[in-house]
Design a protein around this ligand. Structure first.
Ligand code: TYC
Length: 106
């Protein structure tokens, strides 16, 4: 880019740095409750979070015992869609299962 300097001469202006940021990532967590059947949670983990049968059982038990567990890490748009999908599937089956999203710290 060319600009006119203070004495009227033409000086070149060069941008030294282009700052970039990694896109933020979001964890989707499932929350425990006393009513949602274990096999329903396993099927949510297999279908919405694409876990193997063994990993789905392991994660379901982690939620059951610890109260919550990270089930996947996604872009914000995908993470929000997963939370909505869990809620819709759970409500359609009349289960209180809840999912939440948290930002992965930079
Ligand atoms: N605690 C539930 C039960 O005993 C099972 C469960 C696991 C519910 C994980 C929710 O996210 C959950 N039936």
């Amino acid at each position: 880019m060319a600009r006119t300097g203070s004495k009227g001469d033409v000086v070149a202006v060069t941008k030294k740095e282009v700052k970039t940021r990694q896109p933020r990532e979001y964890q989707v967590l499932l929350l425990n409750d006393d009513y949602t059947p274990m096999d329903f949670v396993v099927s949510i983990l297999e279908t919405i979070f694409r876990k193997s049968a063994a990993e789905a059982v392991r994660l379901m038990l982690e939620v059951h015992h610890q109260g919550r567990a990270v089930c996947g890490v996604y872009s914000r748009q995908i993470a929000e869609a997963k939370v909505v999908e869990v809620r819709e599937r759970a409500r359609a089956a009349e289960h209180p299962l809840e999912a939440i999203l948290t930002e992965v710290p930079e």
